[in-house]
Design a protein around this ligand. Sequence first.
Ligand code: ADP
Ligand code: MG
Length: 258
Amino acid sequence: MADQTPAPSGPSSGTPMVRMTGVNKHFGDLHVLRDIDLEVARGEVVVVLGPSGSGKSTLCRAINRLEPVDGGTVEIDGTPLPAEGRDLAKLRSDVGMVFQQFNLFAHMTILDNVTLAPTRVRGKSKSEAQERARTLLDRVGIGNQSDKYPAQLSGGQQQRVAIARALAMEPKVMLFDEPTSALDPEMVGEVVEVMSGLAKDGMTMVVVTHEMGFARRTAHRVVFMADGEIVEDTTPDSFFSRPATERARDFLGKILTH
Ligand SMILES: Nc1ncnc2c1ncn2[C@@H]1O[C@H](COP(=O)(O)OP(=O)(O)O)[C@@H](O)[C@H]1O
Ligand SMILES: [Mg+2]
């Protein structure tokens, strides 16, 4: 047997998994991303914080070109994202995305939601896709729900399905945009737990979240955005105990006393 020892988690050196260089984005007169330079190493977990409207969602969407950018480059695992076409679809499928809204197909079972893209886009056989989907549903703790429909599941369970669905494409990096913000408080923990497990297994992750516990415990780095700029990029410990900017201190004051 080959050596099955898992790779240690945590950032590794070499080609960054995500590299944004000089990325700019406008919505009309509004300059939403300003000269963004951001590298995320393989196996690294980066939490993105910042006030509402600071550009966090746009940053995530720029990483897989759900949002076209006006200038600069985005590379995934060393390959620049093409502007459009088949190559874009291929590279984009290397980037898994989980949103605040789960966006599951209501008329399809949980299992079918998870196998849809692997069979349609990756060309996997149905049986192969189903086997993998069952493994992933087990991993997120809902293996016994696979024949149900989304509306029969709680919000926390639906979000875990959305994570399994993204993982089914075998992405190189996972983006999470406020994955727990639409959940009832008692369901936040189960989703955070799944994300922490992924991080421990070495997944490269960019996570926009207000879960400061996750940021402190699990992130390797915190990126703080304000007005479309990255104004701090540091370790969780230094960000939370010694924020360098007035903007970050103000932000932390608001969320931590909330
Ligand atoms: N499609 C859009 N058209 C126009 N303005 C947008 C659009 N999407 C976002 N914006 C604006 O861009 C800014 C950044 O938005 P967003 O990236 O969603 O911020 P965040 O996720 O940090 O709250 C906000 O001022 C928002 O109103
Ligand atoms: Mg947002």
